[in-house]
Design a protein around this ligand. Structure first.
Ligand code: CP
Length: 317
C-alpha cells in the first residue's frame, strides 16, 4: 500500500482485521521496519486522538516522528494556484509540500472540509496535492470527505465486541451547535458497507449524505424505528450535504440526542462515537458513562489502525 485514503486502499477487510489483531497483540514486533524512517504528521486542523495515536503508532514501529501544526508556527499557506500573493499568506502550498516531503519518508495529513466550495471539498484538493507533489506515501488523518483511520478503528472495535456474525449497526445523526464535516459519517458508511453487517443510517430529512457513501445502506428517517434491535449505535453529527444547504446546520432537534430511552429500543446495544463529543447534545451523560459505551476502547484502537496502516506503507517502501 502506498497511499491510504479510503477503504479500498486496505485490501480485503478480513485480512486487514487479521493484521490489526497481530499488531494489537505484538505492538513492538516490527520496530526494525521503521528504523531510520521519518513520519511527518501535518495538521491543518486540531486533534487529540489522531495526533497522539498516530504518533504512538509510528514510535511503536521504530520511526522518528515530526509533527507540524500549519496554523501554529508555520507560514500561512496559499492553496489556490494563480493567486497574487499580496495578502497575509507567505508561502504557497506548491513549494511547501515538496519541501516537507524532502524531510521525511511518510506523510500523514489532516485537512478538514472548509465548506467554502463543495467541489473543492469533495475533490480533496489539499490531500490530493500532497499525494501529487510530496513524492512520499501519504495517508489521511481525516480529510475533507473521509476519516479512514477512525473507521478502521471503529471496525476493529465492532469485531472485538460483536456477539453475532452479522450485527445490526445503526449510524444516527445527533444534534450539534456547529457545522461539522461529513468525513466521519461518509467514511463509517463506506467501511460498514464493505464489512459484513446490517447497516442502517438514520437522520432528519435534509441531512442526506452523498449517495456515493450511502451505497446500499438502508436509510430510515424515524430514529426510533432505526434503533429497534440495534447491536451497535454509532452517533455522529454532520452538516447538510445537499445543495443549497451544503455545510449548514439546518436542524438542532434535541429529540435526536442519544439517551437511555433511545438505547432501551435497541438489542442492549453498545454505544460508539469517534470523539470529541458534546455531552447532552449528541449523547446523554448516562449513556456515554454506561458499561455499554465503547468510546474509550474505540479511541484506544486508533493506535492499532494507525500502526497497521503505517506498517503496510513501510513494507511498500
Ligand atoms: N476522532 C478523532 O479523530 O479525534 P481527534 O479529532 O481528536 O483527532
Amino acid at each position: 500500500m502506498r497511499n491510504f485514503t479510503t477503504v479500498n486502499d486496505i485490501g480485503p477487510l478480513a485480512e486487514a482485521l487479521e493484521k490489526a489483531r497481530y499488531v494489537k497483540q505484538n505492538p513492538f514486533a516490527d520496530q526494525a521496519l521503521g528504523h531510520n524512517k521519518t513520519l511527518l504528521m501535518v495538521f491543518f486542523n486540531s486533534s487529540l486522538r489522531t495526533r497522539l495515536s498516530t504518533q504512538k503508532a509510528g514510535l511503536n514501529l521504530g520511526m522518528n516522528v515530526i509533527v507540524l501544526d500549519i496554523n501554529q508556527g508555520a507560514w500561512k499557506l496559499e492553496t489556490e494556484r494563480g493567486v497574487i500573493m499580496d495578502g497575509d499568506k507567505s508561502e504557497h502550498i506548491l513549494e511547501a509540500i515538496p519541501v516537507m516531503g524532502s524531510y521525511c519518508d511518510v506523510i500523514g495529513v489532516r485537512s478538514f472540509a472548509r465548506f467554502e466550495s463543495k467541489a473543492d471539498d469533495y475533490n480533496e484538493v489539499i490531500l490530493n496535492q500532497f499525494i501529487k507533489y510530496s513524492g512520499r506515501p501519504v495517508f489521511s488523518m481525516e480529510a475533507a470527505t473521509r476519516h479512514p483511520l477512525q473507521s478502521f478503528a471503529d471496525l476493529i472495535t465492532i469485531e472485538e465486541y460483536k456477539k453475532t456474525s452479522r450485527p445490526k449497526v445503526v449510524m444516527t445523526w445527533a444534534p450539534h451547535p456547529k457545522a461539522l464535516p461529513q468525513a466521519v459519517p461518509n467514511s463509517f458508511a463506506e467501511w460498514m458497507n464493505a464489512a459484513d453487517c446490517d447497516f442502517v443510517i438514520t437522520h432528519p430529512e435534509g441531512y442526506e449524505l452523498d449517495p456515493k457513501f450511502v451505497g446500499g445502506a438502508r436509510v430510515e428517517y424515524d430514529q426510533d424505528k432505526a434503533l429497534e434491535g440495534a447491536d451497535f449505535v454509532y452517533a455522529k453529527n454532520w452538516a447538510a450535504y445537499a445543495d443549497p444547504n451544503y455545510g449548514k446546520v439546518i436542524n438542532t432537534d434535541r429529540s435526536w440526542t442519544v439517551t437511555a430511552e433511545k438505547m432501551a429500543l435497541t438489542n442492549n446495544a453498545y454505544f460508539m462515537h469517534c470523539l470529541p463529543v458534546r455531552r447532552n447534545m449528541i449523547v446523554s451523560d448516562d449513556v456515554i458513562e454506561s458499561p455499554r459505551s465503547l468510546v474509550i476502547p474505540e479511541a484506544a484502537n486508533r493506535v492499532v489502525s494507525a500502526q497497521t496502516v503505517l506498517k503496510e506503507i513501510l513494507l511498500s517502501l
